[in-house]
Design a protein around this ligand. Structure first.
Ligand code: CMP
Length: 139
């Protein structure tokens, strides 16, 4: 059965460009409710640990650098079929390939500065939500 939560970050490019409010509005208009949310400037160690799954990828160092270049907004969102529906709402990882009207199509500039993160599986949604929020913050 599909899970009902996903984890997202509004990335430094979108926060810095003043899109936080518009993007949160898109989450809500997309049918998601906010279960937890925090504004935080990640350290290199924190960003490196969050993206450890990509450690061997050629873009890892740039990714950590970018994700620590400014504050982010991290959130746990709830909806039936959350992971899949959220990935549809945000569009393809590369904004050049993101469908018209998706969040990355509207607010992202490049595959690095792609405005938002979204979990890619129910299992990772739980892991990522737990990375940022304690159990008590998610109720
Ligand atoms: P995100 O969903 O946060 O997960 C990993 C991030 O790495 C991804 O979004 C992109 O912003 C970034 N990235 C940079 N280059 C690539 C690439 N070639 N493939 C996938 N992700 C990439």
């Amino acid at each position: 059965m599909a899970g009902n939560i996903t984890f997202t970050m509004i990335k430094p490019d979108a926060v810095g460009n003043g899109y936080t409010g518009k993007i949160i509005n898109d989450f809500i208009e997309g049918g998601f409710s906010i279960r937890a949310m925090k504004y935080i400037h990640l350290t290199k160690d924190q960003a490196g640990a969050f993206y450890a799954v990509h450690k061997e990828r050629p873009f890892y160092n740039d990714l950590v650098e970018f994700m620590t270049s400014g504050p982010i907004v991290a959130a746990v969102l709830e909806k039936d079929n959350a992971v899949t529906d959220f990935r549809t709402l945000i569009g393809a990882t590369n904004p050049a390939e993101a469908a018209e009207g998706t969040i990355r199509n509207k607010y992202a500039k490049s595959i690095d500065a792609n405005a938002v993160h979204g979990s890619d599986s129910d299992e990772n949604a739980q892991i990522e939500a737990s990375f940022f929020f304690s159990a008590i913050e998610r109720f």
